[in-house]
Design a protein around this ligand. Structure first.
Ligand SMILES: Nc1nc2c(ncn2[C@@H]2O[C@H](COP(=O)(O)OP(=O)(O)OP(=O)(O)O)[C@@H](O)[C@H]2O)c(=O)[nH]1
Ligand SMILES: [Mg+2]
Length: 383
């Protein structure tokens, strides 16, 4: 038995060993030629060639993209956003021409940024808020700026089950955060996606961002109203909260104000209100509001919408709305120039080479950082 097993085992192994050169050359006519299945790669490449041909045929013109987007076609909106998110130069060019053509139809929306630490209930709140908005006839697009997605390709909106009702609403569009190489890159793509959503007729754009890193600053620079979600604690609400975020917030919502939390939420509301009064009012005289809500119980949602509407209508009346958007566009113009210049600079082969040398000089104490930088920056001046 054992001998028979051993010889079988050896035979099998030999078969594998001998079939390798066969697979590689495909010429051998040994008695192992029953393994004709190895011709598979040819079939596969034929198949993929067909697929490529088909997808080439299906390539949509910019005009068609634009007309479908203006018709509110979600499939084409999604495809155009995918082009925006692509790093392929051809896709970028196409995305830019779509964007330019859509621009005259964009900008007619209210953009709301929503931030808060992981688990504060942003997605649940947005689901509840979004459902309320669609129930009063609004069309809602939810986008995200998620710095973590650039690292692990995950996304805060990736788990769409948390918005399972909104996701099936025909007046809502939910798009997870693009994964990119940098927060700046991700934010820029989201900023451009907003314009396409507006051209597709979405009148309320919600941008979700997790309250870590610099993502709030990026989102603050692309929205008309910035909402900070907080949880009530044991009276230490103001501890550990970044001053910068308080300064950016147009309103603070104490979330999860339901069940046993209601009492604490009310206390937190008083505390935050008191704290906010220590800050000077906003540029347009707006005094940031503090409210309570429960995404799960759907409470406080209508009131929050009313507050935002009041803010927007005041801002539109006194021209602040347009001024804020112009200021934001200026910010993005300069940010983009800064980024592109930096990218070009570091990509330059002469810079790469000299940088290594200057870093060595620096470590040997042979040059000051300022002089090293000066020498390197000479590469940016065209002779
Ligand atoms: N009691 C109560 N729980 C809530 C409420 N909203 C959300 N939760 C719960 O809090 C947890 C986190 O909710 P999410 O909506 O996913 O929170 P998030 O801020 O989007 O989380 P990240 O996307 O991970 O940053 C879930 O277990 C929710 O069920 C609320 O209004 N009340
Ligand atoms: Mg979430």
């Amino acid at each position: 038995m054992r001998v028979a097993f051993l010889s079988n085992f050896l035979f099998l192994n030999l078969q594998i060993v001998f079939s390798i050169p066969y697979i590689m050359t495909m010429h051998s006519k040994s008695n192992l030629s029953e393994k004709e299945g190895v011709k598979q790669p040819e079939t596969t490449s034929k198949l993929s060639a067909e697929k490529i041909k088909l997808s080439r045929k299906k390539q949509v013109s910019t005009e068609e993209f634009v007309s479908k987007i203006l018709d509110g076609n979600i499939t084409f909106l999604s495809r155009a956003i995918t082009l925006i998110e692509s790093t392929n130069t051809k896709h970028e060019e196409k995305a830019n021409s779509i964007l330019n053509a859509c621009l005259p139809y964009a900008n007619q929306s209210v953009r709301i940024g929503i931030t808060g630490v992981p688990g504060v209930g942003k997605s649940t709140f947005i689901e509840s808020f979004g459902k309320y908005l669609t129930s009063i006839g609004k069309r809602v697009a939810v986008l995200a700026v998620d710095p973590s997605s650039s690292v692990n390709k995950g996304s805060i909106l990736g788990d769409k089950t948390r918005m399972e009702q909104l996701v099936t609403d025909k007046n809502a569009f939910i798009r997870p955060s693009p994964s990119g190489t940098s927060l700046g890159g991700v934010a820029q793509k989201t900023k451009e996606s907003i314009l396409l959503c507006e051209a597709a007729g979405f009148d309320t754009i919600i941008i979700e961002t997790v309250g870590v890193g610099q993502s709030e600053t990026a989102v603050h620079a692309m929205v008309d109203f910035f909402l900070l979600l907080k949880l009530s604690g044991a009276g230490d609400e103001l501890q550990g909260i970044k001053r910068g975020i308080i300064e950016m917030a147009d309103a603070i919502v104490i979330n999860k104000a339901d069940g046993d939390n209601i009492k604490n939420a009310k206390i937190a509301k008083v505390e935050f209100n008191r704290a906010l009064h220590l800050y000077p009012p906003k540029e347009n005289g707006w005094q940031p509001k503090v409210m309570t809500a429960s995404g799960i119980k759907n409470t406080g949602i209508k009131e929050i919408h009313e507050m935002i509407s009041e803010y927007i209508s005041n801002a539109k009346k006194d021209g602040f709305f347009d001024r804020r958007r112009y200021k934001q566009n200026k910010h993005w113009l300069f940010t983009t120039i800064d980024q592109q210049l930096k990218n070009q600079f570091y990509k330059n082969p002469s810079v790469k080479k000299s940088l290594e040398l200057e870093l060595e000089n620096l470590s040997n104490g042979e040059i000051t950082p300022f002089n090293a930088a000066k020498k390197l920056l000479k590469f940016t001046i065209k002779r």
